[in-house]
Design a protein around this ligand. Structure first.
Ligand code: FAD
Length: 469
């Protein structure tokens, strides 16, 4: 059940505490940009949690009291030290595109805006391993990787605006998950540079398994200043849109295509009502009534084979173009939660869910259609889950209150789906629901005062003897 209340939190810092902290920052980090204007505090304390009616209500009015915008690791350490000495909470912020309220400060304090740390430090010419600062935008990082013939393995559909640190700390996967699985799968994140939150902060270099507790921890157990990632060979992806008159044929194609030897980077299936409502790249015709659509990113050598394979299964290729030369909206900006974004632009009273579908998917989807009718539209994404081709679901649904939301999630779980509830604000509840003792242990060691993003790690405020989040 989504929580309808906030956890126990540290008291909101007093105006005097914030004043003293700012004066210390002026002395120790004179070049640091600090923002205090109410409009800026509000803007930089927000993210995309508004897709959830539950989070919208719960997080209303939560905001930071000061925003610090560092442009060097030394400035990050100055802010962390000042927060540690003055007992002020600190919430790290990348680009603020998270959709679980991950970077909304629940207990006031400082928002640390990281986009000023945006250098790509190195790309290893032999292994392709990249080291970049946490505030680097993903599209810019990919652009620099391309100069070395390399590319990111995984990217969210917010690729053009999101940061590397925010993706690792708050994201899970996205474009590329069909091929490369999810961010927490071993082999993607190779190393981290992290600043602790203490009166005298430390700068640590972590390798391999030591990074795991900080991967998808919502910035609750360390401030990431740089990351080392494995990359893949750069390929000039083609975009392809395929129309189907029959829902069943579209689903079979989505199940079967990833099992061929055709190299795909993205596969997204939109039910007809969604396809009819979305904007399309320049030159791509709008969907016909009743037409479901398969959206693909595929390797140049897979274009002809995929067209043939899909035609023999009831599909019609309605548009295809190389991504690099395409104009207008890129196809990737219609996938993952961008489908929700475009749908909600027309239907603001709708919300969404996220889940891994059980197999076979057909009977499960039919069962939900029978119960929810026109109040739920399917959007599926091809993913690789522990090495196996699966379909994830990001359906949009009419907001009929928290009771209906809960009934739908119960029905999905009873049908065998793994639901990743997007109407919750803790690391655990948005994932598998279980406390990860390594994440909590890491917080104990890197944030002993519990000042990093309070309230977001349930394992911290649920631990024996805890009084606040
Ligand atoms: C339309 C839409 C589509 C989306 N599509 C996807 C998708 O395909 N896949 C996906 O995984 N997500 C998706 N998301 C969620 C989000 O965009 C991504 O997870 C994105 O990578 C977050 O990056 P950000 O820079 O905006 O992070 P933020 O939102 O700023 O932060 C996310 C979390 O990371 C923490 N954080 C940020 N930087 C650091 C740091 N340097 N050190 C420690 N903690 C840090 C923050 O405190 C916060 O808890 C989508 C969201 C929207 C609104």
């Amino acid at each position: 059940m989504p929580s309808l209340s906030l956890p126990p939190l540290p008291p909101l810092p007093s105006a005097g505490q914030i004043e003293a902290l700012e004066q210390e920052l002026n002395r120790h980090a004179p070049g640091l940009k600090v923002l205090r204007a109410p409009g800026e505090l509000e803007k930089l304390s927000n993210d995309f949690h508004g897709y959830s009616p539950v989070l919208r209500k719960l997080l209303a009015g939560c905001r930071g009291q000061l925003v610090a915008c560092p442009s060097s690791v030394q400035e990050v350490m100055a802010v962390a030290g000042a927060c540690g000495r003055h007992g002020v909470p600190l919430t790290v912020r990348g680009a603020g595109t998270g959709n679980y309220g991950q970077c909304v400060p629940l207990a006031g304090g400082v928002v640390l805006e990281m986009t000023g740390l945006h250098r790509v430090r190195s790309v290893d010419g032999t292994t392709g391993v990249v080291e970049a600062e946490a505030g680097c935008l993903l599209a810019e990082l990919d652009r620099q990787l391309l100069l070395h013939g390399r590319a990111l393995r995984l990217a969210p559909s917010t690729y053009r605006t999101a940061t590397l640190g925010g993706f690792i700390a708050g994201g899970s996967g996205g474009i590329g998950s069909l091929r490369w699985g999810f961010l927490r799968d071993p082999g993607h994140l190779l190393g981290l540079e992290v600043v602790t939150l203490e009166p005298e902060p430390r700068l640590l270099q972590l390798e391999g398994p030591a990074c795991e507790p900080l991967n998808h921890a919502y910035g609750t157990n360390g401030i990431l200043t740089a990351l080392r990632l494995a990359t893949t060979e750069a390929l000039g992806w083609w975009q392809m849109v395929v129309g189907f008159e029959e829902d069943g044929q579209a689903l079979e194609a989505a199940q079967g295509l990833p099992r061929t030897a055709l190299l795909l980077q993205e596969l997204c299936l939109l039910e007809a009502q969604l396809a009819a409502a979305l904007p399309w790249p320049q030159g791509c015709p709008a969907a016909q009534p009743g037409e479901s659509r398969l959206l693909l990113l595929l390797a140049p050598d897979a274009v002809a084979g995929a067209s043939w394979w899909l035609r023999t299964r009831g599909g019609t290729v309605v548009w295809q173009e190389p991504e690099a030369t395409s104009r207008g909206l890129p196809l990737r900006a219609l996938t993952w939660n961008h489908t929700t974004l475009h749908w909600r632009a027309r239907h603001p009273d709708w919300t969404y869910l996220q889940m891994l579908l059980p197999q076979p998917e057909g009977p499960f989807l039919q069962g939900l259609r029978a119960t929810w009718g026109d109040s739920l539209h399917w959007h599926l994404e091809g993913v690789r889950q522990e090495g196996t081709c699966r379909l994830a679901g990001l359906p949009v649904l009419r907001d009929q209150g928290i009771g209906a939301l809960q009934r739908l999630m119960d029905q999905c779980r009873e049908g065998g789906a793994m639901v990743f509830d997007p109407h919750v604000f803790t690391v655990e509840d948005g994932g598998l629901g279980v406390i990860d003792s390594q994440q909590v242990g890491c917080k104990r060691s890197l944030d002993p005062l519990g000042l990093l993003n309070p309230g977001k790690l349930r394992g911290w405020w649920d631990r024996p003897g805890a009084t606040t989040g």
